[in-house]
Design a protein around this ligand. Structure first.
Ligand SMILES: Cc1cc2nc3c(=O)[nH]c(=O)nc-3n(C[C@H](O)[C@H](O)[C@H](O)COP(=O)(O)O)c2cc1C
Length: 213
């Protein structure tokens, strides 16, 4: 079917203000658990948009590895395009698209590096081959072909043989700390439900507002 004629009716129970938790992180966890129970593929996948030095946006999927009072933590290479963009403009937005549930969560906020201790702990929990991959891949850099990666994998496998793989200094976590989080629930006739939480800078409290779809 052509993309022009593809249409899905979103028959859902909808979303009311009374259904929402006061804190958007608590609300996110409630929806995440429902996405997980519904069998959504990679429910912790989020599309993170950053802004480069020319104010041009860029976006890619990463996996949220912690979601708590600080915000949304993901791990990557600190020399990658996204990390270089964050260093220039320490802001980002993220989208969780739980399409099977006709749901979307949008996050906007500021980005900070997480502690080395937390990055070390998470790195140590990764499968060994992923740890070696973090050393082998100069993420976002041009490479001639795949053999470059295979050769580097072999070099680092040999280098760390019979020992734990340490975290490369160029690999670790970023935390997207939200100042706005929007929950979107698809409804029939494109009259969807949208609620946005915004952080009031003076009271440091979340305010919830319904938005037109
Ligand atoms: C499902 C999925 C999960 C991904 N998870 C991560 C991740 O957690 N960290 C990461 O650096 N890249 C992840 N990637 C790869 C990124 O989308 C991207 O290709 C890479 O980070 C380089 O992006 P950049 O050049 O904009 O920095 C993932 C891709 C997909 C499709």
């Amino acid at each position: 079917m052509s993309v022009r004629d593809r249409r899905v009716q979103y028959e859902t129970a909808g979303l009311e203000l009374k259904d929402l938790k006061a804190d958007p992180i608590v609300q996110w966890h409630a929806w995440y658990e429902q996405a997980e129970s519904a069998g959504v593929a990679e429910p912790n996948a989020m599309t993170v948009a950053t802004v480069d030095q020319f104010s041009a946006p860029d976006s890619r999927v990463v996996l949220a590895r912690a979601v708590d009072a600080r915000g949304f933590v993901f791990y990557t290479n600190y020399d990658s395009a996204k990390s270089r963009q964050i260093l220039v403009n320490p802001v980002a937005s993220a989208v969780f698209a739980w399409l099977d549930l006709h749901r979307q969560v949008r996050v906007r906020g500021t980005v900070q590096r997480i502690s080395e201790v937390e990055s070390n702990e998470y790195f140590a929990s990764r499968p060994r081959e992923s740890q070696i991959g973090a050393w082998a891949s100069p993420q976002s850099q041009p490479i001639a072909d795949r053999t470059v990666l295979e050769k580097r994998m072999n070099e680092f496998r040999a280098k760390f043989e019979d020992q734990d793989v340490p975290r490369p200094a160029s690999w670790g976590g970023w935390c997207l700390t939200p100042n706005a989080v929007e929950f979107w629930q698809g409804r029939p006739s494109r009259l969807h439900d949208r609620f946005v939480y915004t952080l009031d800078a003076t009271t440091n409290k979340w305010q919830i507002q319904r938005l037109a779809p």
